[in-house]
Design a protein around this ligand. Sequence first.
Ligand SMILES: [Zn+2]
Length: 62
Amino acid sequence: MHGRRGGSVVHESSCRRAEGSGTELRTEEALDALMRPGVDACHDCDAAIVLIPVLQLGEGHR
Ligand SMILES: [Zn+2]
């Protein structure tokens, strides 16, 4: 995963749109970022495909 701390989009590390922005995030860090308001997973790479189901699973357990 790739993203900017406090930024607005989280990417898969292989995503071309992630280049030059942000730092490498572990999956837990990416999920943590996604739980913040205004933060979304990139839909041009696998970030949304990978992270959104995990997020929804997590919410189901609360
Ligand atoms: Zn991306």
